[in-house]
Design a protein around this ligand. Structure first.
Ligand code: NAP
Length: 498
């Protein structure tokens, strides 16, 4: 295999080496002999330089009219569309999801770039009547300054775009630290941003360890807003550090998403939705279905159909058209999934899968068989903890009320779905699920970029990505009053009878 390229950091509009003089490798999880590239092991000093560059770029970027900022986002979205196939291939090679899903990931990036480009001509505030005569009242959004963007590997194009596009269109500059499992995707993305013409310092990329680069961004007194997606454990520690400095912080964390299948459901449709949600991206989506809550009269039939279809799934490199399920991202993920299989054997019936897959072409990759446990109790560990792999627990229940209660009895609250033919039950579920996203007669994945994305409970801290609400993370509200009466008017006093 060809000697891998060494990539650099992007600071102040220049591609530079890290002050550490060290690099790390990103490898193909489907075949770890394939080194995707070498990347800079960034340091606190590199972050300080990136923050300085972003700070220097901020005043003129903020002063650029928002529609003009939006035009750059539009150009960047068009470049992503032009390079979609190249980006998707690079993604599959670096983190393993099958090509069709990688294309979808890039498409989400394009969609949010175009959506936020349009926000450049909106950025709506309110204009409302004043309670006093000859007085004008309105609210406007303003950027916070430098946005620290820390992202995971599982949506390595979509998630950085979900964060950077609203940050940039509203006038912030960015210091971006991608996952050490997907630095190549981040580098390709920032190359396109450079090509789109973002001014020097507006976007800065620092690769390297979370504990060094990530912490340095979170700790920097000059970075007032952090947008983080990743595990709940990392999110919690970032929240503590950011909290000490009273920073704005948006957290998108773990999930334990359920599909409820009621006795009146279309079972063929439910099986399709469950398999796509549970084993797509090898179960490594924050919205992946890891629990099926099955109404008892159809539970056995549903499990039988799921097992039959799961046995037909083909594992391998996601670059091959014939493959349904790619590898896990790295060796640690394989270890974690394997440990949960052992736990699961004491908690439910293992009905399919349960092993590493190492035969033939899989020998040099991080493959794990799609796995289903049936007869799982709702409070058991495999039904409560985020495994982040191709492991599905089927929990039998008696009817709608118990199904909703089981669905809601977890720490997380990202996505939930129900399969039913009864419109009244569907509406009850829309009301009753304690999650940020609800699907009816579809699996737990498939969010669109113009609606809010995020979760309740331990999945986050109340912020949302995507949709126009994403702007709330990256803007300060300013209420403005203009009195044109020519005299002192005291609100709440001069307009009262007594
Ligand atoms: P992770 O281990 O928490 O890492 C996420 C990012 O945080 C990486 O860039 C990581 O850098 C960095 N990081 C690690 N320690 C840090 C620290 N002390 N300070 C600052 N940054 C630090 O998560 P992951 O394994 O990449 O992603 C999987 C998780 O993300 C799952 O729990 C999944 O549910 C969640 N997720 C949630 C959503 C959502 O929208 N709710 C979407 C996608 C994924 P390194 O890579 O260098 O360690």
């Amino acid at each position: 295999m060809a000697d891998p390229q060494t990539h650099r950091l992007f600071i102040a509009g220049r591609w530079v080496e890290s002050s550490s003089g060290e690099t790390f490798e990103s490898v193909n999880p489907a075949d770890t002999r394939d080194v995707v590239g070498r990347f800079q092991q960034g340091t606190r000093a590199d972050v300080a330089m990136a923050v300085r560059a972003a700070g220097e770029a901020f005043p003129s970027w903020k002063a650029t009219p928002a529609p003009k900022r939006g035009e750059l986002l539009y150009r960047f979205g068009a470049l992503m569309a032009e390079h979609k196939e190249r980006l998707a291939h690079a993604m599959t090679r670096e983190m393993g999801k099958v090509l069709a899903e990688a294309r979808g990931d890039v498409q989400e990036g394009i969609d949010i770039a175009f959506l936020m480009a349009g926000e450049g001509r909106r950025l709506f505030g309110d204009t409302v009547p004043s309670e006093l005569p000859d007085k004008w009242a309105m609210s406007i959004r303003q950027p916070l300054g430098i946005a620290g963007i820390v992202t995971p590997w599982n949506f390595p194009i979509a998630i950085p775009c979900w964060k950077m596009m609203p940050a940039l269109v509203s006038g912030n500059t960015v210091v971006f630290k991608p996952s050490s499992d997907a630095p190549h995707c981040a580098t390709l993305l920032v190359e396109l941003m450079e090509q789109a013409g973002f001014p020097a310092g507006v976007v800065n990329l620092v690769t390297g360890r979370g504990a060094e680069v990530g912490d340095a961004i979170v700790d920097s007194p000059d970075v007032p807003v952090i947008s983080f997606t990743g595990s709940s454990a990392t999110g919690r520690s970032i929240a503590e550090r950011a909290g000490r400095r009273l920073k704005r912080l948006s957290l998108e964390l773990g999930g334990k998403n359920a599909v409820v299948v009621l006795r009146d459901a279309d079972l063929d449709l439910a099986v399709d939705g469950i398999l796509w949600s549970a084993f797509g991206t090898t179960g490594q989506r924050c919205t992946a279905c890891s629990r099926v809550i099955a109404d008892r009269p159809i539970a056995d039939e549903l499990v039988a159909r799921l097992v039959e279809r799961t046995k037909q799934l083909r594992l391998g490199s996601g670059l091959l058209d014939t493959v349904d399920v790619g590898p896990l991202v790295n060796a640690a993920a394989v270890e974690k999934v394997a440990s949960y299989i052992e736990i699961g054997k004491g908690e439910g019936d293992l009905v399919v899968g349960g092993d590493r897959a190492t035969g033939g072409d899989l020998a040099n990759g991080h493959f794990f068989e799609p796995t289903i446990f049936s007869n799982v109790a709702p409070m058991s560990r495999i039904a409560q903890e985020e495994i982040f792999g191709p492991v599905l627990s089927v929990i039998p229940v008696d009817g709608y009320d118990e199904a909703i209660s089981v669905a809601n009895h977890v720490r997380y609250g990202l996505s939930a779905s129900i399969f039913t033919r009864d419109v009244n039950t569907a509406f009850r579920a829309m009301r009753d699920f304690e999650t940020g996203i609800v699907y009816v007669n579809a699996g737990t994945t498939g969010a669109e970029t113009h609606l809010p994305f995020g979760g309740w409970k331990d999945t986050g801290n109340g912020h949302r990505e995507a949709g126009h609400v994403a702007l709330d993370t990256f803007t300060e509200w300013k209420a403005v009053y203009i009195d044109f009466s020519g005299r002192l008017q005291r609100a709440q006093i001069d307009n009262q009878e007594s």
